[in-house]
Design a binder for this molecule. Structure first.
Ligand SMILES: *[C@@H]1O[C@H](CO)[C@@H](O)[C@H](O)[C@H]1NC(C)=O
Ligand SMILES: *[C@@H]1O[C@H](CO)[C@@H](O)[C@H](O)[C@H]1NC(C)=O
Ligand SMILES: *[C@@H]1O[C@H](CO)[C@@H](O)[C@H](O)[C@H]1NC(C)=O
Ligand SMILES: *[C@@H]1O[C@H](CO)[C@@H](O)[C@H](O)[C@H]1NC(C)=O
Ligand SMILES: *[C@@H]1O[C@H](CO)[C@@H](O)[C@H](O)[C@H]1NC(C)=O
Ligand SMILES: *[C@@H]1O[C@H](CO)[C@@H](O)[C@H](O)[C@H]1NC(C)=O
Length: 437
């Protein structure tokens, strides 16, 4: 499931459909150049717009089956904001109709087109952001498309338009449609006709998108809420008590200020230089390793993405180093890991033609040290659980619950595996300058 829907059904809901032949988006506002970089025009080779689609990836376009069955021959034009404007044109290699496509009620209306050559991305040409979430009833969404305006509904507007609208419930939509004998399919998403703006006939393939699609990637695991605040404060207290009561760690206890622990809420901040989509809870238990017949690692899969956060790449890097590398790796190979990450990042940014400036290596390395507090915070908050030896009644409640002998909480902060690790890590983060400012 992805939230980039086909709105072939929406025409039924548009106002006064009886006299509308070529109405598309009614009203709405003109799109700024490049504002909807995933929006493409499927055109007959003589440059006549047929319908819209979205760039899914370099060689795949999502549109409706209805549209691609309409004509034997068409091309894909990307990066154009007008219905007949020039943009980069791609030839079609093949089309795919959804195998369950129902021509009666247009259920499973998705259709795919692949291009003979890969689409070149730029500021004005980008893939659509997909999400596994189904929009909730009442969610605000944006529809972009070519249309007409109220004063002259039979004339196409040349410019790509867009308008805000809301998702209406399947029940409400189904009830309205059944009055005119239409059976709402299971794959449809309905949107309302808002203040005279709507999507209408011939708007096939236009995407419905959620402008807040990145919002779920704003939080991560170190997000401030009433619940997390109370959990974090208890863990910090226990953690710092360990340093206080252990002679060899007392110097760190003395250097620890409120300012350092408060940095927990800075982990998720967007960075001024570079942001990436971090896994967010990036430790070895969330990685699956596959070995070939010779017991050589041949594949790795990430799982458990509930802490994903769009922020500095050092969120994952520091989290991983703090939780999942041996002392030897930390002593001898940190900069190998960093360099590997950096080189791969640069390579992929080039490959995807992302127009993001990547800091040079020296700045990247410096940022690693500036962001060492992320590793330090991870050590304080996540490591007690990760190194817990006896996981009998392990749970968040028990982590901040009873501290009696034999309890899970006591075990987290007193087992030797944990103690040995923090002795090493405190020294490590001290050397990276965590206590300096
Ligand atoms: C697009 O259509 C408009 C309106 O019909 C016309 O004025 C313009 O010249 C056309 N542009 C191109 C590139 O064909
Ligand atoms: C397009 O898709 C078809 C069907 O999946 C595939 O056979 C073909 O190789 C693809 N073409 C390109 C250029 O990727
Ligand atoms: C709406 O259509 C009329 C008639 O073609 C035109 O004069 C007017 O500029 C259009 N308005 C917009 C906002 O496109
Ligand atoms: C949708 O609403 C937002 C917030 O009010 C506004 O900034 C944006 O311009 C609107 N978009 C369209 C296409 O009307
Ligand atoms: C968080 O706590 C504050 C103060 O106790 C309270 O006013 C607020 O409603 C709480 N927020 C949530 C989401 O529970
Ligand atoms: C967990 O289990 C042990 C032994 O079964 C018990 O003594 C202890 O009280 C339990 N509770 C917590 C909070 O750890």
């Amino acid at each position: 499931m992805f939230f980039c829907t086909i709105i072939s059904i929406l025409f039924i809901l548009c106002s006064n459909p009886s006299n509308a032949i070529d109405r598309r988006i009614i009203n709405g506002i003109n799109a700024a150049d490049g504002e909807y970089p995933y929006h493409v025009s499927l055109r007959e080779p003589i440059n006549v717009h047929l319908c819209s689609g979205s760039i899914l990836s370099r060689q795949w376009i999502l549109t409706t089956s209805f549209c691609i069955l309409m004509t034997p021959e068409f091309v894909i034009v990307v990066g154009s904001n007008t219905i007949n404007g020039s943009g980069d044109t791609y030839q079609v290699d093949s089309i795919q109709i959804h195998p369950l496509y129902d021509t009666n009620n247009l259920d499973y209306a998705a259709g795919l087109v692949n291009t003979t050559t890969p689409i070149v991305y730029s500021i004005k040409v980008q893939p659509i952001v997909l999400t596994p979430l189904v929009p909730i009833d009442g969610a605000s969404v944006v529809i972009s498309g070519y249309g007409s305006n109220v004063s002259d509904q039979d004339t196409f507007t040349n410019e790509l338009k867009a308008f805000n609208t809301t998702v209406i419930s399947q029940t409400e939509c189904g009830a309205q449609l059944s009055q005119i004998g239409f059976n709402l399919g299971s794959t449809h998403i309905c949107t309302s006709v808002a203040e005279g703006s709507s999507s209408c006939y011939f708007d096939y393939g236009s995407p419905v998108t959620d402008p807040k699609v990145m919002d779920p990637y704003d939080k991560g695991v170190f997000y401030r809420s009433n619940v997390s605040e109370s959990i974090f404060s208890v863990i910090f207290e226990d953690t710092i008590n360990v340093w206080k009561n252990e002679p060899s760690l007392q110097k760190y206890y003395e250097k620890t200020t409120d300012e350092i622990t408060k940095k927990i809420y800075e982990v998720r901040n967007r960075d001024s230089k570079l942001n990436v989509l971090n896994h967010g809870d990036f430790w070895c238990n969330n990685l699956l390793f596959h070995y070939d017949a010779d017991e050589r690692l041949d594949d790795v899969l990430f799982v458990d993405f509930q802490g994903s956060v769009f922020a500095s790449p050092f969120v994952d890097l520091h989290y991983f180093i703090a939780t999942s590398t041996s002392q030897e790796v930390k002593e001898k190979h940190i900069y190998d890991i960093l360099r590997y990450y950096y080189d791969t990042l640069v390579e992929n940014v080039k490959l995807f033609k992302v127009e993001t400036a990547i800091p040079n290596w020296n700045d990247f390395e410096k940022d690693f040290r500036d962001k060492a507090f992320i590793g330090f915070i991870t050590m304080c908050i996540a490591l007690p659980v990760i190194k817990a030896k006896n996981i009998k009644n392990a749970s968040v409640d028990n982590l901040i619950g009873s501290d009696e002998d034999g309890s899970f909480r006591r075990n987290c902060f007193t087992n030797t595996l944990y103690l040995n690790e923090i002795k090493f890590l405190l020294q490590f983060y001290d050397s990276l300058g965590v206590f300096n400012n």
